[in-house]
Design a protein around this ligand. Structure first.
Ligand SMILES: [Zn+2]
Ligand SMILES: [Zn+2]
Length: 345
């Protein structure tokens, strides 16, 4: 058997024959980046390669960087390794990295979800010999409702608050989650106010041709309209003076963790919406099966549970020790207690 094409080094996942890193957590010379969430796309690398639709997101989050865009499906050869990027369906510009060397194919998934949404290219199954997968929600209890049902719930809650003259505050990660929520809002109910962190990303999405409903900054809305509005803000804005200006509002939090009993109460919000940008348990299994891979390596999330399940199916499965975090919990700071609890559920 040939040597492993991808290994873990102290800097991050490393393609040995290609001599480049994938989503490294320490500064390196050459980094292929799966997507622009902070734990996968870090600053300080000398050269970045990412899927073209994600290049401007990366620039908006990391500032001036030396980055090359690669269209989905286009191939480049680096030190004899043929590299291509394929949609991961996670956020705008998210990609799986396919590497082919001497007839062997490895794929690194990055973060992914299999349910299509309107804000990014849908997940594309890629055949490979070895699949390196995430497992953020890798427990059988995680099964998402179709996103339209979640959007209907959000709009009904907003409508009912608006009828009572109360603002609606919806918290979610400012890159990806917020735009996906926006894509499902019924702008006929009232104004859609975005926190500056969200609005910055909205502009990048629109520039990439993603349709989002009209959004405004809080200063653009007359006081009389605030009670009909919905406010999209990152979780870090909770409790801030910026949020307090909306008065006696009703608040909600959108995250896959909201499927856990008690998560909404711990978060201290009125409503929890289990909308995730990651695959649920059936989604992970479906994606892994579609690769046809005989070997699977799990990078982050519920590693032990997924590895054991795959081994029981007769696959060669193991984990990688990585420094990837949880983009469903917070923009920054420690993960929700619910995350740790899930590990033991
Ligand atoms: Zn992510
Ligand atoms: Zn991740």
């Amino acid at each position: 058997m040939s040597a492993d094409m991808v290994v873990v080094r102290k800097e991050g996942l490393y393609c040995v024959p290609g001599q480049f890193y994938i989503d490294p957590w320490r500064p390196v010379e050459r980094a292929v980046i799966t997507h622009a969430h902070g734990d996968h796309a870090r600053g300080g690398h000398q050269h970045y390669l990412a899927a073209t639709p994600g290049v401007n997101v990366m620039k908006s989050r990391l500032g001036p960087i030396n980055i090359t865009g690669l269209a989905y499906g286009e191939q480049v050869v680096h030190n004899g390794v043929t590299v291509s990027l394929h949609p991961a369906g996670h956020v705008l510009g998210s990609a799986q990295v396919r590497m082919e060397y001497r007839g062997e194919v490895w794929v690194v998934s990055g973060d992914y979800k299999v349910e299509p949404d309107r804000t990014c290219a849908p997940f594309e199954p890629v055949r490979c010999d070895t699949f390196i997968t995430e497992s953020t929600f890798g427990l059988p209890i995680y099964r998402w409702q179709p996103e339209q049902e979640i959007f209907d719930d959000v709009n009904a809650w907003w409508q009912s608050n608006a009828e009572q003259g109360r603002a609606t505050v919806l918290l979610g990660y400012s890159f990806g989650k917020a735009q996906r929520l926006l894509s499902g809002l019924d702008s006929g109910i009232g104004p859609i106010i975005c926190h500056g962190a969200v609005q910055t990303l909205n502009q990048v999405y629109r520039d990439e041709g993603v349709w989002l409903p009209p959004t405004v900054m809080v200063g653009d809305v007359p006081k009389s309209e605030i009670g009909k509005s919905i406010v999209l803000a990152p979780p870090s804005a909770a409790g801030s003076p910026w949020i307090k200006r909306f008065g006696d509002f009703s608040d909600g939090f959108a995250s896959g963790w909201m499927q856990l009993r008690g998560a909404r109460r711990r978060r201290g919000v009125d409503r929890g919406f289990a909308l995730s940008d990651h695959a649920d348990w059936p989604g992970l299994l479906e994606a892994i099966a579609a690769t046809g891979a005989q070997r699977v390596i799990v990078t982050h999330g519920s590693i032990a549970v997924l590895v054991r399940w795959l081994q029981q199916q007769g696959l060669q499965a193991s984990g990688f020790d990585t420094e990837y975090g949880d983009d469903e919990a917070e923009d920054s700071g420690p993960p929700l207690p619910a995350a740790g609890e899930a590990e033991h559920a």
